[in-house]
Design a protein around this ligand. Structure first.
Ligand code: PHE
Length: 346
């Protein structure tokens, strides 16, 4: 019996030594040491052999089992090591390769300049107000002294929103200007008032390099008892000087907007030639910058402010145009189409 056991162990050891995969090794473990394996069978057969042979057979069996277990363990360790090395060689794993980078976005040039504008006006005591992009005709036109059927309505091509009507406030429109927020601010905070109102506006307009149906404006409003356009000139000169970080000049020309009287257009010194005259400013030395004027009596009244006590000025400039000027962008569409090749330059 003892010889039989030793022979079996010898066979098992040889097979284990020959195994070349972990799967094969597992099969051998089951074959010899498993619950239905050879060793279990012999163990169960021990009771049938003559008593005097039992101790020697039992000892050989235990000894063999231990020896096999240790062989299996060593072999498993070796095979695992081999497989790891094989994987490393197969995958040509390059530990010097840079890791995966996750693209990090950054603030859009429009938002960045808007924030700068808000900061500069904030330092001059202006609050920042917000208004809805879908407005009523009342706020977008009537309250701004642009009555129904008045030819001044044609100054701005309007998107009308078909689905919604406001009982007292007429049809709903995509606001064509940030000026309706003037009325909303007056209604909410009364006089005196000092605020800017940046936001998105919409015009029914064919798109080209300098026009888009969606763009951004910044409205400004200052209401107090003793106010004149001289203050506006001072505020705008200060604002542009801080924004462009160099000396700037502005000039007034007469201009018409129904919600101001008198109305003006404000030009700024050409940033490229410093007023000398160049291609960009068409040799004039000046660039059109914004509309402005003294707030019309009717507008103050519409906002609930007494025009016999208070007066004020208002302005509106194109934030989109300002960004184009600041960064020398020649096509307005770059700012709206989300092309990363463009945006990543900022
Ligand atoms: N809302 C005018 C526009 O969009 C600009 C403006 C604002 C003019 C305030 C005068 C006063 O053209």
């Amino acid at each position: 019996m003892k010889e039989l056991i030793e022979k079996l162990i010898q066979e098992a050891k040889e097979e284990i030594a020959r195994a070349s995969t972990l799967a094969q090794l597992e099969e051998l473990r089951v074959k010899y040491l498993g619950r239905k394996g050879s060793f279990t069978t012999i163990m169960q057969g021990l009771k049938d052999i003559p008593n005097e042979e039992k101790p020697a057979a039992g000892q050989a069996l235990n000894h063999g089992k231990k020896s096999l277990e240790s062989d299996l363990e060593t072999k498993q360790h070796n095979l695992e090591q081999e497989e790891l090395e094989k994987q490393l060689n197969d995958d040509t794993f390059d530990i010097t390769r840079p890791g995966i980078t996750f693209p990090v976005g950054h603030i859009h040039p429009l938002s960045r300049v808007q924030k700068e504008v808000e900061e500069i006006f904030g330092q001059m005591g202006f609050a920042v107000m917000d208004g809805p992009e879908i407005e009523s005709e009342h706020y977008n036109f009537e309250a701004l002294n642009v009555p129904k059927d008045h030819p001044a309505r044609d100054m701005q091509d309007t998107f009308f929103v078909s689905s919604k009507h406001h009982e007292q406030h007429g049809r709903m429109v995509l606001r064509t200007q940030t000026s309706p927020t003037q009325i909303r601010s007056m209604e909410k905070y009364g006089a005196p008032l000092r605020a800017i109102m940046p936001g998105r506006v919409f015009r029914y307009e064919a798109t080209d390099a300098s026009h888009d149906s969606t763009f951004y404006q910044v409205e400004g409003l200052l209401i107090d008892k003793d106010v004149s356009l001289a203050n506006l000139k001072g505020v705008m000169t200060e604002f542009l000087t801080r924004l462009f970080k160099r000396e700037t000049k502005v000039r007034f020309r007469p201009g018409y907007f129904p919600f101001v009287e008198p109305g003006i257009e404000l030009d700024m010194w050409c940033l490229l030639c410093n007023g000398k005259g160049c291609r960009v400013c068409k040799q004039t030395g000046w660039m059109e910058f914004m509309g402005a004027g003294m707030v019309h009596r009717n507008v103050l009244k519409a906002g609930g402010i007494d025009p016999d006590i208070y007066k004020g000025w208002a302005f509106g400039f194109g934030l989109t145009r300002l960004v184009m000027m600041k960064y020398g962008i020649d096509d307005i569409r770059h700012l709206m189409n989300g092309d990363l090749r463009f945006l990543e330059q900022f």
